[in-house]
Design a protein around this ligand. Structure first.
Ligand code: ATP
Length: 288
């Protein structure tokens, strides 16, 4: 299998902070979308910073499109489109002026494609970027990221703060982008409904550590939560329990195959599980 992105045992510490990335490993197969989720401060932006080399990792390896990136590896940078939450460009420029600047930066800058995105995103070419709304700024950032023909798109909280209609429009553009087998997306987001729509894989990070990386279909269709009454808890075999969480009158148990659990534990209520619930269970639950 070809990977657009492969992290192996990446560690990173900050001076004066207790936080560290703890041997972060995951791999994004080419042609797919990976959602990167974790609570505030879990280490998503730090991981993305290490991938993009805006931060220096302490150890581990990061391969992008099969190669480890170095500071002078311009070709790889050309192949990565990046969208951050927040101000991406100088506000005194217009989209038209920005395109001129970008054509000097990126070898494969495609002004026609950029103009097409500007048109379909209903952005004004002449208006100064500082007068754009948040949603407009985000669409502009996405247009720029896509217009130099990247193979890998990295979005850090890019859809946060956007209304559902605008998010849906952006998700459609992302789906179109990834329709080409050569294109891949890493998307960090707190909006798990967006990830449920477009992600092929979900990677969960907690306290700087990867706690689960799985296909979305497996999470949505096979993972489940057993709602156990007090006496039922004892029936569940430890190897079936990923994590458990005691509630007032029941214990929730996360399992990786609800069909098997259903047959094995008749009488126990089993629910399908959302990405949010899995995350809550992984973060707040206990291991055996
Ligand atoms: N320059 C820095 N110096 C010290 N600590 C830092 C620095 N940058 C980030 N941190 C710490 O690293 C931890 C992880 O932060 P990071 O921004 O990677 O998390 P995140 O998962 O992206 O969070 P959020 O969802 O809130 O954006 C936090 O505890 C943060 O305070």
């Amino acid at each position: 299998m070809n990977y657009a992105l492969k992290l192996n045992n990446v560690t990173k510490t900050y001076k004066g902070s207790d936080f560290s990335l703890n041997k972060v490993s995951f791999a994004l197969p080419s042609g797919s979308v990976m959602g990167f989720v974790g609570e505030n401060g879990a280490g998503k932006t730090t991981t993305i910073g290490c991938i993009l080399r805006t931060l220096f990792k302490d150890s581990g390896t990061i391969e992008i499109l099969g190669t480890e990136m170095t500071d002078d590896n311009v070709e790889i940078r050309e192949n990565i489109g990046v969208v951050y939450d927040g101000d991406n460009f100088p506000g005194y420029l217009s989209a038209e002026q920005l395109s001129n600047i970008m054509s000097g930066i990126f070898k494969h800058w495609d002004d026609t494609l950029f103009q097409n995105y500007i048109k379909s995103f209903r952005l004004s070419k002449k208006q100064k970027i500082k007068t754009y709304s948040k949603g407009m700024t985000m669409k502009l950032a996405l247009a720029v990221a896509l217009s130099h023909h990247p193979k890998l798109l990295i979005l850090d909280e890019a859809t946060s703060g956007l209304d559902p209609v605008m998010r849906d429009e952006i998700l459609d553009v992302l789906l179109e982008f990834v329709g080409d087998e050569e294109h891949s997306i890493l998307l960090s987001s707190h909006i798990t409904s967006d990830l449920e729509k477009i992600a092929d894989y979900i990677t969960f990070i907690h306290n700087g550590k990867i706690i689960l990386t799985e296909t979305k279909d497996n999470l949505i269709y096979n993972y489940g939560i057993l709602r156990c009454k007090e006496k039922q808890v004892e029936l569940i075999e430890p190897e079936d329990i990923i994590v458990y969480r005691k509630r007032d009158y029941q214990t929730d148990i996360l399992v990786s195959n609800m069909n098997i659990a259903e047959r094995k534990y008749p009488g126990v209520v089993i629910d399908h599980v959302t990405i949010d619930e899995i995350m809550l269970m992984l973060v707040k639950g206990n291991e055996i």
